[in-house]
Design a protein around this ligand. Structure first.
Ligand code: ZN
Length: 393
């Protein structure tokens, strides 16, 4: 959905700089992603049957809802959805949201993640009753059906859920929305079925673990995270629990680098981007998952992988440096823990075709730095690509 910047932006802050790390991207991962699945739909092979007649379910077989391309399952499978909302105050959702929620069990994921913007707040005109009605709508159309699957649901708060924007005096501008979001998520009936490691800051910032992956969720609903929260993130990522997990992922609403038209101003990007990326790299975070840009772009910067999700709700946006028509997505991440690698299968949720990564721009330059497509290495760039500079949309 379109955003009234005056209501949202807390401008200023630090320029992340346009320096680009030159570290080569891990060959394994780029290899895994440089082979996009064929667009032709395949049927999942039958489950393996042992000589004793027992059926071995799932592991290493291709699984998807009937009729869709079926990726081979990794050690861990994650379904990622984001930016579900429609217009301000809306209590209903567009068709792609309903489709995604209905189809998710068919991929048999271990966990479902959301990049935020689950409801359509961030409007001072919304009354407490209207805010409550939005969360009721979310529960009816998304929350309750997901709980019914029993799948853990890890989500980050978006600017339209409960913006953390501050007034000049340092108070939350959307405190009513913050309170409503906290009340919804802390209600025992809305238990997201997560194995929390630290839930003191839930639902705004928290950690959980599932199947050898440590997840940290931070409140990136504005471009400026409070220093205390960055300190908390560092402490959490440095912890024995985080470091002994086989993989670490971080989820926040705003991205570190802009990828979409209309989302390339500093107030729309988490700051300071390079410093936060360095923090995540230091503690061997594999992937940062974000929403907000409404444009799918699987990327990396330095040693950090970046999953920019598109919207499922209204207003998918065009990518910067691209002429592709915008589209809504759901991404299935298959994780190979021993290889420390991820493989994305991303569906255009209108056509249900798999997105061919080769159709996406090889790199995108934003105001705080550039992100390379996941299968493109720094050394692959042409002279022209290397000299590409940021052009505001
Ligand atoms: Zn947003």
């Amino acid at each position: 959905m379109s955003l009234n910047r005056r209501q949202f932006l807390v401008l200023g802050g630090l320029l992340g700089g346009v320096g680009v790390a030159t570290l080569a991207h891990r060959a394994l991962t780029s290899g895994a992603v440089s082979r996009p699945p064929s667009l032709a739909a395949t049927t999942a092979p039958s489950p393996t049957t042992t000589p004793t007649g027992q059926t071995i379910a799932a592991a290493k077989t291709a699984i998807a809802p009937k009729g869709l391309f079926a990726p081979v399952r990794g050690d861990v499978r994650i379904a990622v959805i984001s930016d579900l909302n429609s217009a301000y105050g809306s209590t209903t959702y567009e068709a792609e949201v309903h489709k995604a929620i209905a189809l998710i069990p068919g991929w048999e994921p271990d966990v479902v993640l959301s990049g935020g913007d689950m409801v359509a707040g961030q409007a001072p005109s919304l009354s407490p009753a209207e805010i409550q009605a939005m969360w009721n709508g979310f529960d009816r159309h998304v929350g309750a059906p997901l709980r019914k699957t029993g799948l853990p649901f890890g989500f980050t708060i978006g600017n339209h859920d409960a913006s953390g924007a501050l007034s000049v005096g340092g108070k939350f501008l959307f405190s009513r929305e913050r309170e409503a979001a906290a009340a919804y998520w802390n209600a025992p009936a809305h238990n997201p079925n997560l194995q929390f490691v630290d839930r003191a800051g839930f639902p705004f910032y928290y950690t959980f673990q599932h199947k050898d992956i440590f997840y940290l969720v931070w409140d990136a609903s504005t471009s400026q995270m409070p220093p205390e929260q960055i300190a908390w993130a560092e402490k959490s990522l440095a912890s024995a629990t985080a470091q002994s997990a086989k993989m670490r992922m971080v989820i926040g609403h705003l991205p570190l680098y802009a990828v979409a038209v209309g989302r390339d101003e500093l107030g729309e990007i988490l700051a300071p981007a390079d410093k936060l990326r360095a923090l995540l790299e230091k503690y061997r975070v594999h992937t940062y998952i974000s929403g907000h840009d409404h444009a799918y772009y699987p990327a990396h910067s330095g040693k950090l992988e970046l999953l920019h999700t598109s919207a499922l709700g209204s207003g998918p946006r065009p990518l910067l440096n691209s002429r592709l028509q915008p589209f809504k997505t759901l991404t299935v991440i298959d994780v190979d823990l021993d290889a420390d690698a991820t493989r994305y299968t991303t569906y255009n949720m209108t056509t249900m075709q798999v997105v061919d990564h080769k159709t996406l721009p090889r790199l995108i330059v934003g105001p705080t730095g550039r992100a390379l497509r996941l299968d493109v290495n720094e050394s692959d760039l042409t002279t022209a690509e290397r000299s590409l500079t940021f052009t505001p949309s």
